[in-house]
Design a protein around this ligand. Structure first.
Ligand code: PGA
Length: 256
């Protein structure tokens, strides 16, 4: 972490929780983090689309912000199964995850599509959380830097400096997601530093020093502070552990 960047801890609930279950979980979470100051950490939860309408009012005027797990680039239209930015904003959504590795692996999303989603989010006042990360075989073949650099380049193509500043990047090594295998703080820091260096080359050092880069992949209360203690790790994108209020709150407390 770096004092110039406010840490951001986001929970990606994936395809878990009905609307009723989601309301119960955010109520529990709100209680668990009631004393956490917004000035010290930004907290975001990203429930499934069907829970947004119910969860939005529960989080209004709280220190927990609402995010979505994807967003389409068109305003509306014949795009079965997709969701438009205005549909999210209506429920108080402020962030949208784009390019999660599960979207890439199981639903064929590409860097070019992720770029369109992120641009549309920004044009509509939503902040994208752009996910990148290498597969195990790519890491073992020594391709991590090349893969991540190419994803970052593709996903952020054509961004202005202001768009870059409004964007969060999540580095999530695919082999660490949901596997219990976390990247070591040093492995994660190495990639975060590489991403920040690339941002510096494209957007200038001033912008690069302000962009927040989250780590994701089996983050738990027990490993969060070591990861977040690294100079270029500015937060966490948390899957499994965000489904338990006490664990998610434990991760948040790890950055205080
Ligand atoms: P995990 O998921 O924390 O369950 O590994 C992280 C993610 O997919 O964002």
């Amino acid at each position: 972490m770096n004092p110039n960047r406010k840490p951001i801890i986001a929970g990606n609930w994936k395809m878990y929780k009905t609307a009723a279950e989601a309301v119960a979980l955010v109520n529990e979470l709100k209680r668990a983090v009631a004393d956490v100051k917004e000035s010290s950490v930004e907290i975001v939860v990203c429930p499934p689309f069907t829970a947004l309408a119910a969860v939005g009012p529960v989080l209004a005027n709280s220190n927990v912000k609402l995010g979505a797990q994807n967003v389409h680039w068109e305003k509306e239209g014949a795009f079965t199964g997709e969701i438009a930015p205005a549909m999210l904003k209506e429920h108080g959504v402020r962030y949208a995850i784009v390019g999660h590795s599960e979207r890439r692996q199981f639903f064929g999303e590409t860097d070019a599509g992720v770029n369109k989603r992120a641009k549309a989010a920004l044009a509509n006042g939503l902040r994208p959380i752009v996910c990148v990360g290498e597969m195990l075989a790519e890491r073992e073949a020594g391709q991590t830097s090349a893969v991540v650099a190419s994803q970052v380049r593709g996903c952020l193509a054509g961004f202005t400096q202001d768009e870059m500043l409004a964007t969060v990047i999540a580095y999530e090594p695919v082999w660490a997601i949901g596997t219990g295998k976390t990247a070591t703080p040093e492995q994660a820091q190495e990639v975060h530093a590489l991403i920040r260096k690339l941002l510096g080359e494209w957007f200038g050092g001033d912008v690069a020093s302000q962009v927040r880069i989250q780590y994701g992949g089996s983050v738990k209360p027990g490993n969060a502070s070591a990861l977040l203690g690294q100079p270029d790790i500015d937060g966490a994108l948390v899957g499994g552990a965000s489904l338990k209020a006490a664990d998610f709150a434990g991760i948040i407390r790890g950055v205080l």
